[in-house]
Design a protein. Sequence first.
Length: 84
Amino acid sequence: MEYGDPLETINKLKISRIKRVASFYITSNKLSGFNPSFNVISIIINRGLIKKMVEKDSMSNGITELNTLQDKSLLKIEHIENAF
């Protein structure tokens, strides 16, 4: 991981901006009573997986099925429901 964990990029300023835009949208579209919550999804793809996907796609002209991954260290997905 060259740039750090994707979840570390979620800070108070970003949360504040997202909430402000959501509030503006709700007000502009007269959706009073709507109280949104936001999920956060972090996806880390190992370079090895990207290489395998490119190689397989160029050979088969199809999309690689991530569900068939045997080496689970190549892909990490985290889902935080109602993060803010």
